[in-house]
Design a protein around this ligand. Structure first.
Ligand SMILES: NC(=O)C1=CN([C@@H]2O[C@H](COP(=O)(O)OP(=O)(O)OC[C@H]3O[C@@H](n4cnc5c(N)ncnc54)[C@H](O)[C@@H]3O)[C@@H](O)[C@H]2O)C=CC1
Ligand SMILES: O=C(CO)COP(=O)(O)O
Ligand SMILES: [Zn+2]
Length: 352
């Protein structure tokens, strides 16, 4: 007898391709949303795409409101909520990288409004997922939120974004390998609920991205296509699991800890990628597949060492030995690594 019901929340319209920014209005009209749109963006994405979105709604007779935020914080979420109430917004559009999209996601969630994600950078899978992450205090990991009702990902815009954001998106996907391994381990050792469908989808997404590595090149718009489709697929895996487990294991704990302790943290995807090299080593040992993870990252031009991340060796070791404290999520780090073991893992894999 099954006692539990499952809700899988997914975006309804996912529009990906060259020039599709101009179809944002169509993607929204299809959703039968009512009221005034509020376009939320950060400065560069506003200039790159936000203004065009506002113009589309204006030309179609809507009365769009707009707000530009410049930092990812709970204050910014509160400001957007207040603005949405002031202008009596009926729905919201987040235009930007992870910052603008997550602020919109959290504000829309709080107000019970629908929102549409218009990514201008393919920097991580939060741009399509039902997980919201706004740094606050010691908390860096995502929490459950409503997923976007639609995603409009214009590959022309994404291809114009700084290349390192795209390689970060790739690395976030490559880290699905170790995330799934951690999830399986937690299932076996701690009876954590595991979804075969979500695990298989997440792993396949990483495999398909790695298989396409030769087409992921700076200046090639096709790269944005490949990466954004993988990010959508990873977001769907998280929706099926109703958790970030399929895409977030110990490598993410390592990155969240770096965000807390590193003087100048790097991009999310780059940090989880370097973390994945070491946690793959912890899973499979010196002869294991950590070289494959490192080579896959190297092939798309993502960092594979502490140096390339711009952090020092001590910070890597500190993050590795304390990452298990980040949240209640069992991984290969168990109850914590000793300093000697952390140095060994980071050294053998060439991270430090
Ligand atoms: N919900 C989730 O699961 C996750 C959420 N996050 C959150 O996402 C945020 C980080 O996301 P990012 O996308 O890395 O940062 P971001 O939104 O700050 O964008 C990074 C930079 O790229 C610029 N940019 C974006 N699109 C551009 C374009 N087309 N052309 C030129 N410049 C462009 C932005 O102006 C910004 O300076 C953090 O707030 C983090 O907490 C991070 C990981 C997962
Ligand atoms: O970044 C994510 C998946 O790629 C979300 O994971 P967290 O729940 O660890 O923030
Ligand atoms: Zn991630």
């Amino acid at each position: 007898m099954f006692e539990k019901s499952t809700w899988i929340r997914l975006p309804r319209n996912v529009v990906v391709g060259h020039g599709v920014l101009d179809q944002t209005l169509d993607a929204v009209d299809e959703l039968h949303l009512a009221g005034r749109p509020l376009v939320v963006s950060s400065p560069t994405p506003h200039a790159v795409a936000g203004e065009r979105v506002v113009d589309q709604f204006e030309d179609a007779g809507y009365d769009p409101a707009e707000v530009v935020i410049d930092e990812a914080s709970f204050d910014a979420v509160q400001r957007v909520i207040a603005h949405a109430e002031d202008v009596d917004a009926g729905f919201m559009l987040g235009v930007g990288g992870g910052k603008a999209i997550d602020i919109t996601k959290m504000a829309a969630d709080d107000l019970g409004l629908g929102f549409v994600s218009v990514p201008t950078a393919a920097s991580h899978d939060g741009i399509v997922s039902g997980r919201g992450s706004v740094p606050e205090g010691d908390t860096r990991h995502s929490v459950a939120a409503e997923p976007p009702l639609a995603v409009v990902a214009d590959t022309e815009v994404l291809a114009e974004a700084p290349w390192r954001l795209t390689t970060a998106g790739c690395a976030d996907i490559i880290s699905n390998y170790t995330a799934v391994r951690d999830w399986e381990l937690a299932h076996r050792l701690k009876n954590v609920p595991y979804s075969e469908y979500a695990g298989a989808l997440s792993q396949m997404t990483a495999e398909m991205l790695v298989d396409s590595a030769s087409s992921i090149k700076k200046g090639l718009e096709e790269s944005s296509w490949i990466v954004v489709k993988a990010l959508v697929s990873s977001g769907v895996a998280m929706s099926i699991a109703d958790s970030s487990r399929p895409a977030s294991g110990a490598e993410h704990l390592f990155s969240h800890q770096l965000d807390r302790i590193a003087p100048d943290p790097g991009l999310h995807g780059h940090q989880v990628g370097v973390g994945a090299i070491m946690t793959e080593y912890l899973h499979s040992g010196p002869k294991g597949r950590w070289r494959d993870v490192r080579d896959a990252l190297g092939a798309i031009g993502a960092p594979t060492t502490a140096d390339e991340l711009g952090i020092d060796d001590e910070t890597v070791v500190e993050a590795l030995t304390t990452a298990h404290e980040i949240r209640d999520r069992y991984t290969v780090l168990g109850d914590g690594m000793s300093e000697e073991a952390a140095i060994e893992a980071a050294t053998v894999t060439g991270v430090v």
